[in-house]
Design a protein around this ligand. Sequence first.
Ligand code: SF4
Ligand code: SF4
Length: 474
Amino acid sequence: MRFRGGYNILLKGRPDSAIEVMPEPKILCLPLRSRRFTFSEICVKDGQSVSGGDVLANDPNNYAVPLLAPRAGTVRLKAVEDHIVLEDTAQLEEHADIVGEELSHIEQEMGAAGIKRYKLLVLGAWQFFCDAHTGALPDPLGTPQAIIVSTVSLEPFVARGDVQLHKRLLNFTRGLEQLQSLLEYQPIYLVMPDIKSEFANLIRNHIRGRAWVKVVEIPLMYPYDDFAILARGLGLKPNEVPVWAVRTEGVLAVDRALTLTKPCTVRIISIGGIGVNSPTHIKVVPGYPIEKIKDKYVFEPAARMINGGILTGEILGTKTLGIDTECRGITILPELKDREFLRFIRPGWDRNCYAECFLGSLRAKFRERLTTGICGEARPCISCNFCEEVCPANITPHLIHKYLYRGLIEEAEQARVDLCVECGLCSFVCPSKIDLRKQINDAKMLIAEEKEEIRRERFRQEEARKQAVKENSG
Ligand code: SF4
Ligand code: SF4
């Protein structure tokens, strides 16, 4: 497969491969919102006792994916805004909240494959899937043109695939077999690093003999693990037939749901960045109090907490009290409140820069200490072309920026903003500190909204025309 662009950002604070199990909490605060989901249909009452695995709420706009209770406890609905709180939690045996009647109904309608898909949905494994091209949750009853499974996570500092797989290779291969049982003849592409490491060799040995798995080896360069980039590289076109995409943790969740019929309520997430005393991976459940994680790992009094990686994560506001169901890692950066004294005259021995304009470029490769200080003001574009060089989507961010600056939305559309995979590299390398990723993303949304409005208007006109024909003929 051929790639273009890409850039590896070397930063201090990379999580090691250990997994620490966090102490059991007495209280869980489950956010009702995550990046893709809004759990607006509440299925429990205030004060109700629930068991681990019970459905607390679901997202009616996303095939009713459930928010599961990770532990037994008592529900509090109004204690914290936009959260379901579980008090007096206890770690008892989780059970699958599956209604027998529904199973027999599904079996009659859709057979054994239907039951498997239903289990994936209600046991929380389906939430790990996305459409490779759009990132949205695919229809669990749909049929994909292919599945892309990635064991690679290249963005600093989200949870690493090799850590997720630690001692669970057997579960992973069983999960792959379960995935294959959902398909007819469509291929499964297994994405692996193109290096000779113990981890890569172990996977190769485990999947030997499974001809339906096609191995795709990629260089360890960000963001070559992006599903849209991979799908385009594999020639899987965006059309009505989706391309399912799932990472290591999703395949393990498939195994848990279909082999053991158990709810998928545990997450292994990373905690990285230079604001952390020992960057590592932690085993938690959704709703785990962020304050407890902060107390244990964050030593910086003023720290910015980011939900996700350094390039695509979102700032964790003070209103979010627990880990959400889609969290893959938390990044902590020291928050600089004041400008560093005379920073602009320092030669930059401690700084990496894409433009290689600091003294640090003379050093052998090193990991930089990244803070929230952007060292300078936003400036106009200087046409250095760096954003275009690193862009893996083969578009011209600086040109799109200029179109958007002048309000030329149609021109921006023709420059293919739709191909942007939102990796954030253009914003990162831009010496003028222009937030290109946000600008392009906003333009994408605006264009999508306009198209949807045009589609609705056409539909309204067509309906009115049909009605008029009906009335005339009557
Ligand atoms: S334009 Fe989009 S795909 Fe290209 S570098 Fe920027 S964020 Fe990434
Ligand atoms: S990296 Fe920034 S300054 Fe350079 S061409 Fe792109 S937008 Fe302009």
